[in-house]
Design a protein. Structure first.
Length: 298
């Protein structure tokens, strides 16, 4: 059975009606691949570390090491090397995502073959800077993390205390590229086929937040993802949200420089208010776009 479906600038196509289970599977199977690879890399690394730890302890003492001590050592290993493990997983995941994205992009969909747009890059960069500083100053002003999300500090430290080269390779290059390919280039576009852009942006944002694994990151990643989804919907080039994402992650460096000259000391409204205004303007500019859904796969 085929249903009528508006496509692009007055072009009408007929897409095959798909079962709900198939729609759900097409949306979630790529995130499942992403999660599976990350889990497998972490598991293999922890198993290898456990084996070497046990051998080392038995060689040193001649006795079987205490299980609780071994588990604590493995937990510390995973936390200290979180960035390195994520980097290793990204090296494996990214080529797979590129293949899936290119396969999807090769379908007849003229809108998503737009060249990178300077206006889109500017809106994305300014909006990401605004969002980063608005979030950072809100956290400092309210002390919300210390009060309600104590676990976030440990996660944040694990991803920022490693070698700087790991932060550059993963935080500024691989993570933004793979996350935008996954969540905007693949998941959001597939959701958009079955819903409208607003539902696709909200649902893909919620999924993006869940992938971050802790409550505070779920909340701010959702807001960030919604902005990136609007950028992709408007400018229809994956590099626009990728560059915006890189800018947001680079905000940690900008924040450190700002703190050197203007110590946070309980929050800075003179930074928070302009940041919120800039972010709001950029979100509004990104929110005007065509509402037709992407083309279905051939």
């Amino acid at each position: 059975m085929y249903i009528k479906h508006y496509f692009f600038k007055g072009i009408t196509i007929y897409m095959k009606k798909e079962p709900v289970i198939k729609k759900i599977w097409l949306v979630i199977y790529t995130p499942l691949i992403y999660l599976g690879i990350n889990f497998a890399v972490a598991l293999c690394a922890m198993i290898a570390y456990t084996i070497f730890y046990m051998i080392g302890e038995m060689t040193a003492s001649g006795d079987v090491p205490d299980i609780s001590a071994a588990l604590a050592a493995v937990q510390d290993f995973a936390l200290v090397n979180a960035m390195a493990l994520s980097l290793a997983a990204a090296v494996i995941t990214l080529p797979i995502l590129i293949v899936i994205f290119k396969s999807q992009n090769n379908k007849v969909d003229p809108r998503f073959k737009q060249k990178i747009n300077a206006k889109g890059v500017m809106i994305g960069v300014l909006g990401s800077i605004g969002l980063h500083f608005a979030l950072a100053e809100f956290m400092e002003l309210t002390r919300i993390v210390e009060k309600y999300f104590p676990g976030y500090e440990a996660v944040s430290e694990a991803y920022t205390s490693g070698p700087f080269i790991f932060f550059v390779l993963y935080g500024l290059i691989l993570a933004p590229v793979q996350e935008e390919l996954l969540m905007r280039g693949i998941v959001m576009r597939r959701m958009w086929r079955y819903t409208n852009i607003w539902a696709a942006a909200v649902l893909s944002g919620a999924l993006f937040g869940l992938l971050h694994g802790n409550l505070f990151q779920i909340l701010y990643a959702f807001a960030l993802s919604f902005f990136f989804a609007l950028l992709y919907a408007k400018f229809k080039n994956i590099w626009v949200p990728v560059i915006a994402h890189i800018t947001f992650n680079t905000g940690n460096i900008f924040q450190a420089v700002l703190n050197e000259f203007l110590p946070p000391a309980g929050g800075r409204l003179y930074v928070l208010i302009p940041a919120v205004m800039i972010a709001a303007v950029c979100i509004v500019l990104a929110a005007t776009h065509e509402h037709a859904a992407p083309a279905p796969p051939a």
